[in-house]
Design a protein around this ligand. Sequence first.
Ligand SMILES: [Cu+2]
Length: 108
Amino acid sequence: MSIKTGLLIVSLSSSILWIPAVHAETTVEQPNRQQTVTLNIQNMTCPMCTFTIKKALQKVDGVQQVAVDYDAKTATVTFDVQKTHSPALIKATTDAGYPATIADPAAR
Ligand SMILES: [Cu+2]
């Protein structure tokens, strides 16, 4: 339990350095404060990668739903816009070894 807490603190403090350059263009606020984005994920070389990516995204505070598509090399993430944002999701997959970019939300 203490290890988990330590990891959380590390990820929070390092996220301060993250510049949310792509935040504005992808934010579509809904009444329930949920947003769904699709990320194009790099370095997915085998089906087990989907589990690693899913776990990494689920560790981000505010993430509610994660679906990773191995064939499409994408992750579709639903999250609370008041708790997190897409740059934090990208950072989570990048830290896990899978750099990501925002896919067109309409292309889902
Ligand atoms: Cu793999």
